[in-house]
Design a protein around this ligand. Structure first.
Ligand code: ATR
Length: 265
């Protein structure tokens, strides 16, 4: 019976077991596959994953912060996206070999209403989540601008991933705005921390906030009020999880079943 699990930060992974278990049930694989959460201390990460890969019980694992870079480093093989992003959120164990993928990138694209090929898009942030977003959007041919609180980090990541760093963006100029920063989670004022005001948004624009909170974030509430299409972090969680499950099982999971599970509280 192949096992699957998520390893990482409790907040980041709290919803994954329910979501993946619902998807496995819908695929008729619940008797065969299990998906749980593994609590591994950061200092033990590589040693414990190496044991899982060698043992043969596990088909793979999802990886959240803070282990995504280490997950890529320890892999024997990696997808082009995982290598370019510099992080992996999905490891597959194949006859003792560790194969790394990054489904955050594809998950982001699948959570959007359309592909934004050739469109101007704006990404806030320059950390790991931003790297996945910038790589994915640049890869489909969007023109990606990057703004970050620490401007030098935006310049470095933009230069590396084929985007452009911006200091004073005009939000209304973009077809898509993606927030990859944690602004909005820790109580800071979104419209102080990011180069936006509540009336920056325009009808027809899409706004994705990777933060997942129970209530719509201040960013998404303002965007929706302005007539923008909004996408939240839970939709991205579902889409990246579905891509991971497809890699492991070869089956196309039910997005609807995963959405229902993730939003049940
Ligand atoms: P992750 O891997 O989740 O992207 P990270 O690498 O720690 O996490 O990156 C966090 C991102 O959120 C960074 O872009 C950070 O900006 P800095 O590079 O200037 O630190 C951004 N961030 C975090 N808190 C922020 C805040 N209060 N205001 C603006 N940006 C913030």
């Amino acid at each position: 019976m192949p096992s699957l699990a998520v390893i990482g930060h409790p907040v980041a992974h709290s919803r994954s077991p329910d979501m993946q278990t619902a998807a496995l049930a819908e695929l008729g694989l619940a008797g065969e596959w299990t998906y749980g959460a593994l609590d591994i201390a950061p200092e033990d990460f590589e040693a414990e994953v190496a044991v899982l890969a060698a043992e043969g019980d596990y088909a793979g694992v999802n990886i959240t912060v803070p282990h995504k870079e280490a997950a890529l480093t320890m892999a024997d093989e990696a997808s082009e996206g995982a290598r370019a992003i510099g992080a992996a959120n999905t490891l597959s164990f194949r006859e003792g070999r560790i194969v790394a993928d990054n489904t955050d990138a594809g998950g982001l694209l699948r959570s959007l209403p359309h592909p934004f090929i050739g469109d101007r898009v704006l990404v806030f942030g320059a950390g790991g989540a931003a790297r996945a977003a910038i790589w994915a959007l640049a890869d489909v041919g969007a023109q990606v601008d990057v703004w970050n609180r620490t401007a030098g980090r935006a310049e470095a990541v933009a230069a590396e991933l084929g985007a452009r760093a911006v200091v004073d963006p005009e939000p209304g100029d973009y077809a898509l705005i993606v927030n990859t920063t944690a602004v909005g989670l820790a109580g800071e004022d979104t419209f102080e921390a990011l180069p936006l005001s509540p009336d920056s948004f325009v009808t027809g624009q899409t706004v994705l906030d990777m933060v997942y909170t129970e209530e719509p974030s201040a960013l998404l509430a303002a965007a929706e009020a302005a007539g923008a299409t909004v996408v939240d972090g839970l939709e991205m969680l579902v889409q990246q999880g579905a891509l991971s499950l497809r890699i492991w099982t070869g089956e196309e999971p039910s997005i609807e079943a995963m959405r229902t599970a993730v939003r049940r509280d």
